[in-house]
Ligand binder design. Structure first.
Ligand code: FDP
Length: 337
C-alpha cells in the first residue's frame, strides 16, 4: 500500500466528518511551520540558531534564539491563511490578533513554539506543542478571556518532536496518530495509526532533584516506586527524564509510562511548573485519545477551568492504571481514606 501523507489523512478525516474543512487547512499550516522549525533545528550551529537570544519571555525566562525564531515562524505561517481568529503563544503576554490585511476564521490557536529549550544547545530532542479551540460565536476580536476554555473544548491538539527523526503526533478527537517527516519529499507520512498506550507500566518520568520540595502524597508515591519489588508495589520501576516534555511524552506514547511534574514548594505559588493551555491540555487530549489518562493529581486535566492564559498546573499523565494509582495517593493524603 502506498504511504498516506498528512494531507491525504486529513482529507479522509474530513470525509468521515471528523474534521472541519478550515481546521484541516489550519493543521496543514501548522505542520508546514513545524517543517521550517525542523529545518532550522537541523542546521544547528551552521545556521547560527544556537544560543541565547538576549531577551526574556512573559514567564520571565531567558529566551533562546530558537524560541524566538520558532515563535516567529508559527506566527507568520498562521497570519494569512484565513482560518484563525487569533493566536496565543507561551512566548507572548497577550494573544496576537490576525492582521487586518487578512481574512479571519473561527479558530483559536495556542502553541508552545519550542518546548524543552534547555536541550537545544546540547543536541537533545525538543518540540512544538499546539492546541486548537473554537472562537466563541460573535467575537470579532478575541482577547485572552476567549481562550480560557477547558481542555475538553479542544478540537485538535498535536506536537512535533524534533529528534533523530521529526515526528508529528496529532489528534482531532478520533484517536492519536503519528506521522514521520520524509525529509527528501518534505511531507509528513502516517507511520502509526491509532496509537494505544499500555494501561500498565513499570517506567516513570520525574525531575527527582525536586524531591525534597514535593508534597507528602508525591513523596510517598515515588518512595513506593523506588522500593521496587520489596515495596508495596511488588515490582521494580525504571526511571527516565529527558527534560523535554515532548520527548518524555513521546516515549510514553510509544511504550507506556507515567510523566509527572507535580506541585512542589518551589512552584506552588504559581500553581505548578507546566502551562495548562500550551502544554498540559494538548498533551492530555493526545494521551486520552490514545487510551491513557491525564490528571493534576486531584482533577482530570481536561476539566480544569482556566483562569489565566499562562496558568500553570501540576501534571500526571500516561498509562491509565499508573495515573489512577498516583491520583489515589493524593486522594488518600487529602481525605485520609
Ligand atoms: P523547558 O523549560 O526547557 O521548555 O516547558 C517546560 C519544560 O522545559 C518541559 O519541556 C520539561 O519537561 C520541563 O520544563 C523540564 O523541567 P526541569 O528543568 O525541571 O527538568
Amino acid at each position: 500500500m502506498s504511504p498516506i501523507s498528512l494531507t491525504q489523512f486529513l482529507i479522509e478525516e474530513k470525509r468521515a466528518g471528523h474534521v472541519d474543512p478550515d481546521l484541516r487547512l489550519l493543521i496543514e499550516v501548522v505542520a508546514r511551520a513545524c517543517k521550517r522549525i525542523s529545518i532550522a533545528i537541523g542546521k544547528g550551529a551552521l545556521g547560527g540558531v544556537l544560543g541565547e537570544a538576549g531577551t526574556g519571555n512573559v514567564q520571565g525566562e531567558a529566551q533562546k534564539k530558537l524560541d524566538v525564531l520558532s515563535n516567529e515562524i508559527l506566527l507568520e505561517a498562521n497570519a494569512w491563511g484565513g482560518h484563525l481568529a487569533a493566536c496565543a503563544s507561551e512566548e507572548m503576554e497577550e494573544p496576537q490578533p490576525i492582521p487586518d490585511a487578512y481574512p479571519k476564521g473561527n479558530f483559536l490557536l495556542l502553541f508552545d513554539p519550542l518546548d524543552g529549550s534547555s536541550n537545544i544547545d546540547v543536541n537533545v530532542s525538543v518540540g512544538t506543542i499546539f492546541s486548537v479551540l473554537r472562537c466563541p460565536d460573535g467575537v470579532a476580536v478575541p482577547t485572552a478571556e476567549h481562550f480560557l476554555q477547558p481542555g475538553t473544548a479542544q478540537v485538535a491538539a498535536g506536537y512535533c518532536v524534533y529528534g533523530p527523526s521529526t515526528l508529528l503526533v496529532l489528534t482531532v478527537g478520533h484517536g492519536t496518530h503519528v506521522f514521520t517527516l520524509d525529509r527528501e519529499v518534505g511531507s509528513f507520512v502516517l507511520t502509526r495509526r491509532d496509537v494505544r498506550i499500555p494501561e500498565e507500566t513499570s517506567e516513570f518520568a520525574v525531575n527527582a532533584s525536586n524531591q525534597r520540595h514535593w508534597e507528602a502524597p508525591m513523596q510517598r508515591y515515588v518512595a513506593d516506586l523506588l522500593a521496587g519489588k520489596d515495596g508495596p508495589r511488588g515490582r521494580d520501576f525504571n526511571m527516565r527524564w529527558v527534560a523535554s516534555m515532548v520527548a518524555d511524552v513521546h516515549r510514553i506514547i510509544t511504550r507506556g509510562g507515567i510523566f509527572t511534574y507535580p506541585l512542589d514548594a518551589k512552584c506552588k505559588a504559581k500553581g505548578g511548573r507546566l502551562r495548562l493551555m500550551y502544554e498540559a491540555n494538548p498533551m492530555a487530549l493526545i494521551v486520552e485519545q490514545a487510551g491513557g489518562a491525564a490528571s493534576t493529581g486531584r482533577e482530570r486535566l481536561l476539566e480544569v477551568r482556566p483562569t489565566a492564559l499562562h496558568q500553570r498546573v501540576p501534571v500526571f499523565l500516561g498509562s491509565k492504571q499508573e495515573v489512577d494509582t498516583a491520583v489515589r495517593y493524593h486522594r488518600e493524603a487529602d481525605t485520609g481514606t
